[in-house]
Design a protein. Structure first.
Ligand SMILES: Nc1nc2c(c(=O)[nH]1)N[C@H]1C(S)=C(S)[C@@H](COP(=O)(O)OP(=O)(O)OC[C@H]3O[C@@H](n4cnc5c(=O)[nH]c(N)nc54)[C@H](O)[C@@H]3O)O[C@H]1N2
Ligand SMILES: Nc1nc2c(c(=O)[nH]1)N[C@H]1C(S)=C(S)[C@@H](COP(=O)(O)OP(=O)(O)OC[C@H]3O[C@@H](n4cnc5c(=O)[nH]c(N)nc54)[C@H](O)[C@@H]3O)O[C@H]1N2
Ligand code: SF4
Ligand SMILES: [Mo]
Length: 743
């Protein structure tokens, strides 16, 4: 038997694994886990199958002379990388190297602690990630308002009386930007105490069907509807805990800019009548406590008229927070609150109450389209052009790409163009345990060992957890002979990059020491840290019995907001406390954190950033155009037994309803003359895919709902790279016009 925090999604459930030899024979929810209380979903059940998957690579692959990928030794694989990288950087400089960081990195201590060292050693700013096909707009809006990219207030779902949810389906996804293990249980509890769930979604999803109210909205129009709600709520706001930290003049600017967005003016564009908008505003105001929350449908959707799509994602994300503030829900039990992560995070570092804030749009620009960076990265939709479009004068372009834990060929827009671009690279390295649509294009594939061979603690997601808690699981199995843990792979890559820069390549162990020293130094100089004023040597001596990610994690926990401060807070926590409490340590419900949580330059909530006021005014121009939506509009979905583009072949997750289909309303199906199961061709100017229709009245008339993550019927073959939310660099994946015909 072994206990294990599931690394597969943001819910971070505690699981109980039955172990026989090197195999996992059973996986269940850990009933004693302080956070998840026995919950498990089908992906968690498949963790043992993932561990044993014969398709998981156990040795590196290198592209041979004949063009095919061949098994190679680690030394050979790293030599190829070292030689080619040195040549490319020697001739073209570090900006010829790009990085794409995928989703698993944030579920993994190696990614959190070791990737920064690799990126720094490479010296490139050509950084791309899955964030710009995901949550970046929410992070940008919150960073502008509160000061850091992880200062995101999360719904206090265990205490709220009224939960207004837009563009999210947590009964399937298990929640995102809201770490809430056992979402179904928490939802049942909400209903049992008389609370209400209201879901705004163009599709009657499982969550919408379970809600007290489902409001169908035209895709991409959430910002317009939220602006109407905000208009009704900001005039005489409650503000509550936020009031002392808000400049009344800034608030008034929001009120003024909202004027055009009357419920009557937005109704024809959102499909939500004015009476409903007034009613929801009244319910939000009247509720004892209320939380407004938005997810994928609000951060990756666009509003389409006459095939011109307007991205409104950062505006949408901001308006959600404006409404929460207007109804007095920010930083209040039952509203939206800031978690306090046990290992610390951006919102616990620096000077409590003020900081450097962020600059949006970012300082850097992409070379080809002159798009701004956001929070240190470029839009992923710009990656292909940065490779395939050399500078006409200098020939400059990205020539080498490291894809780490990502599958951008499937997960990012314009599959065809990115595929061609990747084939033009001088070096493509994929750090991935599987052969995927992306890694199969690589020159070198570096596989990492099973997730059960590494420790697990959610250093990222505790910044977003709906309850403060501290949980850790040690590695269950040793790394098998010949395989490598992700930490070793990333440390070796960092060593190669550092060697290129300095002419003398450090060992991975030296990289490891350097990372630990850097983290310890930060803990000593950081004013908010419980180790403030100590020396890094002292801290490292105290954790010298630990190695790898554990050593770094221990420093973070001991210097963090609950830590023992290496003696200054003798009752505080160390990693050992987490090890000794394998079902976790409950640190209680979320507590108010204003004003300490703020890291803005002003030391206030920057409630009305000028870029967002301008975005609001820009959006008001949409009100005068009453053109109808496209004949068909694309919306996305996730399946319960899926995990983005991977885990597809595992027995538990295969078959049944878990296949890509185009969900279409019966009225539209009959117009097209198609029956349930008939093949349809879905086309956009970017591409076409063929897949079976599934005729269901769950989807609004005119909407066609297609899941992402399937390499064959890849919805991202349809999505173009042109439409990007400019503040957050985030692609529009939903709400675009499509053409649908019988195959
Ligand atoms: N159209 C459309 N596109 C979307 C979305 C959508 O809703 N619609 N959703 C977007 C979202 S929210 C996300 S997060 C992105 C995901 O985008 P990506 O991160 O690019 O895609 P994943 O499918 O999560 O791919 C993860 C890859 O990491 C590998 N992997 C698994 N475990 C590990 C590990 O421990 N270490 C390493 N190094 N690799 C590992 C897997 O084999 C897989 O190839 O996709 C986005 N794309
Ligand atoms: N089983 C499973 N779980 C997962 C994943 C998975 O692949 N499979 N992926 C994980 C990842 S990486 C993430 S980021 C999370 C995402 O978690 P969620 O955001 O909760 O999941 P989605 O299914 O993407 O939900 C988005 C919803 O937005 C709706 N929508 C689309 N366009 C619009 C719009 O314009 N307005 C509104 N209001 N709604 C719209 C869609 O119909 C859909 O119901 O899920 C995570 N959990
Ligand atoms: S909900 Fe997420 S964390 Fe929980 S078992 Fe499923 S995949 Fe794992
Ligand atoms: Mo995601």
């Amino acid at each position: 038997m072994a206990l294990r925090i599931c690394p597969l999604c943001e819910a971070t459930c505690g699981l109980t694994l039955t172990i026989e030899g090197t195999q996992v024979t059973d996986v269940r929810g850990d009933a004693e886990d302080v956070f998840s209380r026995g919950y498990i979903c089908p992906k968690g059940v498949a963790l043992g199958e993932l561990h044993a998957d014969p398709k998981r690579l156990t040795q590196p692959l290198v592209r041979g002379e004949d063009g095919s990928l061949q098994p190679a030794s680690w030394d050979e694989a790293f030599s190829v990388i070292r030689d080619r990288l040195t040549a490319i950087v020697g001739e073209h400089g570090p900006q010829a190297v790009g990085l794409f960081l995928g989703n698993p990195n944030v579920h993994n201590l190696s990614g959190a602690f070791y990737l920064p060292a690799f990126i720094k050693a490479l010296g490139t700013t050509q950084r791309f990630s899955a964030s710009t096909v995901d949550q970046m707009p929410k992070q940008v809006a919150c960073a502008l308002m509160y000061g850091t990219a992880l200062s995101v207030p999360v719904p206090d779902i265990d205490r709220t009386d009224y939960f207004l949810m837009l563009g999210a389906n947590p009964l399937i996804s298990n929640g995102s930007m809201m770490t809430a293990a056992n979402f179904p249980g928490r939802l049942r509890a909400l209903r049992k105490r008389g609370g209400q769930l209201v879901v705004v979604d163009p599709v009657r999803t499982r969550t919408a069907a379970a809600a007290d109210q489902h409001i169908a909205i035209r895709p991409g129009s959430d910002a317009l509807w939220l602006a109407s709600l905000a208009l009704l709520l900001t005039g005489e706001p409650t503000l509550g805990a936020a009031e002392p930290w808000i400049d009344p003049e800034e608030w008034q600017q929001i009120v003024t800019r909202l004027e055009p967005f009357t419920p009557e003016a937005t109704a024809p564009l959102t499909g939500i009548d004015a009476a409903t908008t007034h009613r929801i505003a009244g319910e939000l105001r009247a509720a004892r406590s209320a939380a407004v929350y938005g997810r994928m449908g609000t951060t990756t959707s666009g509003f389409t008229v006459d095939n011109a799509t307007t991205p409104l994602a950062t505006l949408t994300s901001w308006l959600i927070d404006v409404i929460n503030i207007a109804i007095g829900s920010l930083d209040r039990p039952g509203g939206v609150m800031f978690p306090l992560p046990v290992a610390g995070g951006p919102s616990t570092e620096g000077t409590p109450g003020s900081g450097h804030g962020v600059q949006i749009p970012g300082r850097r620009r992409t070379r080809v389209r002159d798009l701004p960076s956001a929070l240190g990265e470029f839009p992923t939709s710009a990656l292909a052009e940065e490779i395939d479009t050399p500078d006409p004068d200098t020939g400059e372009r990205i020539r080498a790409v490291f894809v780490i834990g990502g599958n951008p060929i499937v997960s990012t827009p314009n599959q065809t163009r990115l595929t061609h671009a990747f084939k033009e690279l001088d070096l493509l390295v994929s750090v991935d345990p599987f052969l995927t649509a992306t890694s199969s294009l690589a020159d070198v594939v570096l596989p990492v060992a099973s997730p059960l061979t590494r420790p697990q603690h959610d250093v990222v997601f505790n910044n977003l957890a709906v309850r403060n808690q501290a949980r850790y699981s040690p590695a269950i199995f040793d790394v098998p002979e010949g395989e490598k843990d992700e930490t070793e792979v990333l440390a070796q890559l960092a060593a190669i990059a550092a060697g290129m820069a300095s002419g003398h390549e450090p060992t991975p162990a030296q990289i490891d020491d350097l990372i630990a020293y850097t983290v310890a130094s930060q803990a000593c100089t950081d004013e908010a840290s419980r180790a403030h004023g100590r020396t890094p040597e002292e801290l490292l001596e105290a954790v010298s019995h630990r190695a790898g990610v554990d050593r770094i994690l221990d420093v973070r926990i001991r210097s963090g907001p609950y830590g023992d401060g290496f003696g200054s807070h003798p009752d505080g926590l160390t990693l050992q406390h987490l090890i000794d409490n394998p079902h976790g340590i409950d640190l209680g419900p979320l507590e108010p954190r204003l004003p300490e949580v703020l890291r803005t330059r002003t030391g206030r909530i920057d409630v009305a950033p000028s870029v967002l006021l301008d975005a609001l005014t820009d959006a008001s121009r949409l009100l005068s155009d009453q053109s109808p939506p496209p004949r068909f509009t694309l919306v996305g979905r996730r399946h319960l037994r899926s995990n983005n583009s991977w885990m597809k072949g595992l027995p538990t997750l295969t078959g049944g309803s878990n296949t890509p289909t185009a969900m279409i309303h019966p009225t539209d199906a009959s117009d097209l003359g198609i029956n349930d199961g008939a093949e349809v061709v879905v086309t956009t100017p970017t591409g076409a895919i063929t897949l079976p229709a599934s005729v269901r009245d769950d989807v609004s008339i005119g909407c066609v709902c297609i899941p992402h993550g399937w390499a064959e019927a890849n919805v991202n073959a349809l999505v173009g790279v042109e439409t990007i939310d400019s503040l957050a660099g985030t692609s529009v994946l939903s709400g675009i016009g499509i053409d649908v015909r019988p195959a």
